[in-house]
Design a protein around this ligand. Structure first.
Ligand code: FES
Length: 190
């Protein structure tokens, strides 16, 4: 005759048609849920440690490879809404939106600087303020290398450097792209 462990709760639920009690069914369900949560947590951890480029603004965007950026290179990523510039031996990811009133700023090949057509703010290749009404340097995004892949995290904007910061040359290498009275000239900062 089988003995009964008094400490073990008795399963009093009636067996189902397949011979499995309701308690056993619940146990299986809880175990399945726990496995599901573990798998989910595993994927979340994997995603954090190995960010997969989404290719779009708001996520991690792949921006080519380190060898794509010889000194002085500027590349625009429309879907990510940023530029990646190589200057002073480093890469920087610059938000396309100017910190003044939000116009999109183009890079001017002839001057080698970022020039906003709205009110004439100008920035050097590293997005540092040179002139115009903008309150600071261009805002930027965090970057990381995965092997030689360049990844830009557009999920949060990092405020640009204050006026007065100038770590790379700011002189125009040629004519300005912005039409108007300031074209090709250095205007006084406001
Ligand atoms: S929005 Fe670019 S200078 Fe005003």
């Amino acid at each position: 005759m089988a003995s009964h462990d008094p400490d073990k709760p008795k399963d009093e639920s009636p067996p189902t048609e397949g011979g499995v009690s309701r308690r056993q069914v619940l146990n299986y369900a809880w175990k399945a849920l726990a496995v599901g949560l573990l798998v989910e947590a595993g994927w979340t951890t994997y995603d954090i440690l190995n960010p997969q480029p989404s290719g779009a603004f708001g996520g991690v965007v792949a921006a080519g490879h380190v060898e794509d950026y010889p000194e002085g290179t500027v590349r625009f990523f429309q879907d990510g809404r940023f530029y990646v510039a190589s200057t002073g031996g480093a890469l920087v990811a610059l938000y396309q939106k100017y910190p003044h009133l939000g116009c999109r700023v183009p890079f001017c090949d002839s001057s080698g600087r970022f020039e906003c057509p709205c009110h004439g703010s100008v920035y050097n290749l590293r997005g540092e303020y040179i002139q115009g009404p903008a309150p600071r340097g261009m805002d930027r995004f965090g970057m990381k290398l995965q092997g030689d892949r360049v990844l830009v995290d557009t999920s949060s904007v990092v405020e640009g450097p204050p006026r007065g910061v100038s770590s790379v040359p700011s002189d125009a290498k040629g004519p300005s792209c912005v039409a108007g009275p300031g074209k090709g000239q250095e205007a006084k900062p406001t």
